[in-house]
Design a protein around this ligand. Structure first.
Ligand code: PGA
Length: 247
């Protein structure tokens, strides 16, 4: 019922030449996939994504957006600009932005709402740090990150994607076991169901954090893991496609 989504988060990586090679390979080799494929690139490359991916089955998006609609916000990128480049997705609340740009869960909720109002699908990221996991705080932290989003979005919940990304697994090579990830995903789905049963059934919950070709199959086999948000492995066509094939 929920089509798997394998989304690449390129972070601050790429160049016109490297992107062209990667996107061409993805485009050529993605025809026989059963999942949905998407790439989220740095904003300067959105025009390139639009040019090279238009007419293919691959969707594209950005990694952040401004909470404001337009105006004197130097350096910010608005939802309508992302719309201009035919973005389908935008990542909001990635742990790197929460940690390095002091983004709060309340701000993340506003960004998610801004994305939805422009017809974009926000990929809302949540996840605990290692210290929080080790002190048994995972469920509390995820609830704190999620609840402002659920409160703010109300009846629009069905239009989002949620990515559970344990901070200790991002870029570290340490992955949550399929059981550990499933436990949190189940909790997130149950929390969604408290707000909106129909949305809980359709919202895709992605796992992110060192997902690689060799661990993707077991993670994606779990009942509440509906795809992946892929960092490092999304920069190599062969790895990204191998994960998509596992979905
Ligand atoms: P990773 O990053 O796959 O390199 O761990 C995932 C993410 O940060 O979205």
């Amino acid at each position: 019922m929920r089509q798997a989504l394998i989304a690449g988060n390129w972070k601050m990586n790429g160049s016109l030449a490297a992107n062209a090679a990667l996107l061409t390979a993805l485009r050529e080799q993605s025809q026989s996939l059963h999942c949905e494929l998407a790439v989220c690139a740095p904003a300067p490359y959105l025009f390139q994504l639009q040019s090279l991916l238009a007419g293919s089955s691959i969707n594209w998006g950005a990694q952040d957006l401004s909470v404001h609609e337009a105006g004197a916000y130097t350096g910010e990128v608005s939802a309508s600009m992302l719309q201009d480049f035919a973005c389908r997705y935008v990542i909001v609340g990635h742990s790197e932005r929460r940690a390095m740009h002091a983004e709060t869960s309340e701000l993340v909720a506003l960004k998610a709402a801004r994305a939805l109002s422009a017809g974009l699908v926000p990929i809302v990221c949540v996840g605990e740090t290692l210290a929080e996991r080790e002190s048994g705080q995972t469920a509390v932290v995820v609830e704190q990150q999620l609840s402002p989003v659920l409160d703010k979005l109300g009846s629009q919940l069905a239009g989002i994607v949620i990515a559970y990304e344990p901070v200790w697994a991002i870029g570290t090579g340490k992955t949550a076991t399929p059981e550990m990830a499933q436990e949190v995903h189940e909790l997130i789905r149950a929390r969604l169901a408290q707000c909106d049963n129909a949305a809980a059934a359709v919202v895709r919950l992605l796992y992110g954090g060192s997902m690689k070709p060799d661990n993707a199959r077991q993670l994606l086999a779990m009942p509440d893991i509906d795809g992946g948000l892929i960092g490092g492995a999304a920069l190599k066509a062969a790895d990204f496609l191998a994960i998509a094939q596992a979905a």
